[in-house]
Ligand binder design. Structure first.
Ligand code: F6R
Length: 366
């Protein structure tokens, strides 16, 4: 049941700290500071190219994992949405492996893309929540995400558990390929183990996010900006908002704004800026100032030091202070305010949060 929560979505957002720790416990040996992937999985030391594919929110988790696999494992990653990948004439080669990500394990396009890759001789792994599913039966290797049943149509805890699982896979791949040392692995495991507590910290401040959401309620368009690993999160933030609040929203790479989308900016379009205190911070904040200079109304998500450094307090529509987190892992924690902003916007608009119009939990038609 929903417990004390008004909606399954609220319950599932809040329980992320707990289920992400279950996902991590599946792959981490905390005392040793090591990661252990299931037997019979993909041997990343033998992979020359990895294809990742999925739909919707699961695709955005894959897009974040691409940054991790490139950086930690020096592994070339190609990624596409499943409804395109399945119809492309991909020249799969020896040395190719593929990962498919799905909460339900039943999404028709993801399943078809997986079967096509497998039939082309590619070893396929499936990152799944429902482990008794069509994709589980057909994959060569299964990586469970342990999120527990997700009832809300909008995916929340499956997303962060997919990320936790993918982070473990990427770190293990980095070790297998000799690009991360034992000390690197230990450090990253240590950082991963901090994540659930940081997520709970953010959840406990949900009232502040509800306040910020009130500024999104009257909007008919909202833009999300991020750079690096925060770019896919901007896409996810926009998807979450549009699906449950029916407000038109788009995510953009912060650096892409000036190549067209900045023409959309005026005082009626709120812009959510995802700017963790990382190597991209200055650039993203400078993009934010370009928006402000054109009358745009920004909501800034950053650490308190970041908010201070941005020196934009009087010019902002709002801001939210985030805990500091290892920069590459920031999406796991920044997912929480992104989800809560969408959730409270929908609640105050009075839409059906758990059963948004036109949507189904599992898309088994193509
Ligand atoms: C968004 C959402 C969808 C799913 C997509 C894939 O909140 O829920 O975008 O992520 O339909 O579903 P699965 O993961 O079951 O393959």
């Amino acid at each position: 049941g929903k417990g004390r929560h008004r909606h399954f979505m609220a319950k599932e957002i809040e329980e992320q700290a707990e289920v992400v720790s279950h996902a991590l416990a599946t792959y981490l040996l905390p005392a040793e500071g090591k990661i252990e992937l299931p037997e019979g999985g993909i041997d990343f030391s033998k992979v020359s190219r990895l294809t990742i594919s999925a739909c919707g929110t699961a695709f955005y988790a894959g897009l974040i994992a691409k940054y991790w696999l490139e950086s930690w494992a020096r592994l070339p990653v190609e990624i596409d949405i499943a409804s395109e990948l399945r119809y492309r004439d991909v020249p799969y080669q020896k040395g190719d492996s593929a990962l498919f990500i799905s909460q339900s394990g039943e999404t028709a396009d993801t399943l078809a893309a997986m079967r096509h890759a497998k039939a082309s001789g590619v070893k396929v792994g499936a990152i799944l929540n429902v482990v008794e599913s069509s994709m589980a039966r057909d994959a060569d290797a299964i990586y469970p995400i342990k999120a527990g049943p997700e009832i809300g149509v909008a995916s929340t805890k499956a997303f962060t558990c997919q990320l936790a699982t993918l982070a473990c896979i990427a770190i293990a791949a980095g070790r297998q390929r000799g690009h991360l040392t034992e000390a690197d692995e230990k450090r990253l495991v240590h950082e991963l183990l901090k994540i659930p507590r940081l997520m709970a910290d953010v959840s406990s401040k949900e009232r502040d996010l509800e306040q910020l959401a009130l500024d999104l309620v009257p909007a008919s368009d909202v833009i999300y900006l991020g750079r690096g690993v925060s770019f896919p999160l901007a896409l996810e933030g926009a998807l979450k908002l549009k699906e449950i609040s029916y407000i038109h929203a788009e995510g953009y790479a912060a650096g892409e704004l000036k190549h067209g989308p900045i023409a959309l900016i005026d005082e009626h379009v709120p812009v959510v800026v995802i700017a963790p205190d990382d190597q991209h911070f200055e650039k993203t904040v400078s993009n934010m100032h370009e928006v402000i200079a054109r009358g745009g109304k920004c909501i800034l998500l950053s650490t308190s030091e970041g908010l201070e450094k941005a020196r934009a307090d009087d010019e902002l529509l709002g801001s939210f202070a985030m805990p500091s987190v290892e920069p590459m892992l920031a999406p796991l924690v920044y997912a929480v305010p992104i989800q809560l902003l969408a959730y409270y916007t929908a609640v105050h608009k009075g839409t059906d949060v758990d059963q948004p119009r036109n949507l189904a939990k599992s898309v088994t038609v193509e």
